[in-house]
Design a protein around this ligand. Structure first.
Ligand SMILES: Cc1ncc(COP(=O)(O)O)c(C=O)c1O
Length: 296
């Protein structure tokens, strides 16, 4: 399903359709607490998505659905149907900007790590109001995290529920002036940011790290890659120092350009003063369209 699947109706019509299709009992189930024997809680067995919803319209929906479904398949748990996922929109108010969080877990049962014969996955959905961080859109300070991410090709790319590396990395700083932390692997290769993908521009080309051994394959990055080329590379921090522009991005926040990159000890590693860069303008333009932002 794509956003367009909802496009022919007003958001009010669609929201009320979804609400009538999803009775109160279903909504209560989507909001219910997880039992303590849930395998998502016990082992992180599951996947999640955070989706930007604009006036009731989910953005990049088909990309989120595809990643969630792929993640369930990779973990061996049943993926919710398209209809079940679409029904989750009923938890949204349908006005302004919201973030819809979907969680799918492996359910209860099994014995220890051994999965149940016929697992019953659980689907949960929650919506919260959201506001674009306009200041970060103009440029941020980021730092390099000390934590090194592990390589695990079996899980690489998925937005699975085991996010302890990201949690530990995000604990490394509390300075509000620092908006993101860059994550490297043990070889010192760039992977991503704590909650965003990473890309940089040099000599007319965009680059982004290979995510086949670690990291999350972002839906915004995937949608962008369908329209323009990002060369996937295994490179270290030195590539950023030479870059004309460095950005972090995700499907909720959009693109944040880096203006200052700090080492973990706070020393300046690199700075980018050039706020107006044609490649960044073009990227911002494309992202604004992909995230359904009204044209200025
Ligand atoms: C670790 C990590 N990498 C990348 C992303 C970007 O993913 P998406 O573009 O689907 O939001 C996220 C999103 O939250 C993330 O948590």
């Amino acid at each position: 399903m794509t956003t367009d699947a909802f496009g022919s109706k007003s958001s009010d019509d669609r929201a009320s359709d979804e609400r009538s299709a999803y009775d109160k009992r279903s909504l209560a189930t989507l909001a219910a607490d997880l039992p303590s024997d849930d395998r998502g809680l016990a082992y992180g067995e599951g996947v999640f998505e955070t989706i930007l919803v604009r006036e009731g319209q989910p953005q990049l929906w088909s990309w989120h659905e595809a990643r969630l479904t792929r993640g369930c398949q990779r973990l061996g748990i049943a993926a919710p149907s398209s209809a079940e996922l679409a029904g989750c929109l009923a938890v949204c108010q349908g006005e302004g900007l919201e973030v819809l969080k979907l969680i799918v877990t492996g359910g209860s049962g099994g014995r220890g790590y051994r999965a149940p014969e016929s697992p019953e996955t659980r689907l949960r959905a929650r919506a919260t109001p959201f506001a674009v961080n306009q200041q970060a859109r103009r440029g941020i300070t980021a730092r390099v995290c000390e934590l090194r991410v592990a390589e695990q090709p079996a899980l690489a790319g998925l937005k699975h529920l085991n996010r302890l590396e990201n949690v530990l990395a995000r604990r490394e700083w509390s300075d509000m002036a620092i908006s993101e932390g860059l994550l490297l692997n043990a070889q010192g290769e760039l992977i991503e940011a704590t909650s965003m993908n990473l890309a940089w521009y040099r000599d007319g080309r965009w680059f982004t790290p290979c995510l086949d051994r670690a990291g999350v394959e972002g839906t915004l990055l995937a949608a962008l890659e369908a329209e323009m080329t990002f060369e996937r590379v295994r490179e270290g921090l030195e590539s950023l120092a030479w870059a004309e522009q460095v950005v972090v991005m995700n499907s909720v926040q959009g693109v944040w350009p880096l203006r200052t990159l700090l080492k973990a000890d706070g020393a300046i590693l690199a700075e980018w003063k050039d706020e107006a860069h044609p490649a960044l303008d073009e990227l911002n333009h494309t992202v604004a369209r992909l995230l359904g932002e009204p044209a200025n």
